[in-house]
Design a protein. Structure first.
Length: 80
């Protein structure tokens, strides 16, 4: 991964408005890259505090996942 590839992996925190309206998030915890860019702090907080995985989509297709640190660390241990 190159530093220029990171723009699609940005994170944010979710407000109740994002979760309940405007279609930014769906029931499957998905958010578009555009909405992610607008709400970075909220998505990060939601991931950390609620231990929630959030899938980032581009053109309706999942391209990345934002996961809580314990999940990422567990994945690293399994891969080692």
């Amino acid at each position: 991964m190159c530093p220029g590839d990171l723009d699609d992996g940005l994170l944010a925190v979710l407000t109740p408005a994002l979760l309940s309206g405007e279609g930014a998030m769906t029931d499957t915890n998905e958010i578009s890259v555009a909405d992610l860019r607008k709400n970075l702090a909220e998505i990060l907080n939601d991931t950390a505090v609620r231990n929630r995985t959030i899938y980032v989509t581009r053109n309706g297709r999942r391209i990345a996942a934002i996961v809580p640190v314990p999940v990422a660390e567990q994945n690293e241990q399994v891969a080692a």
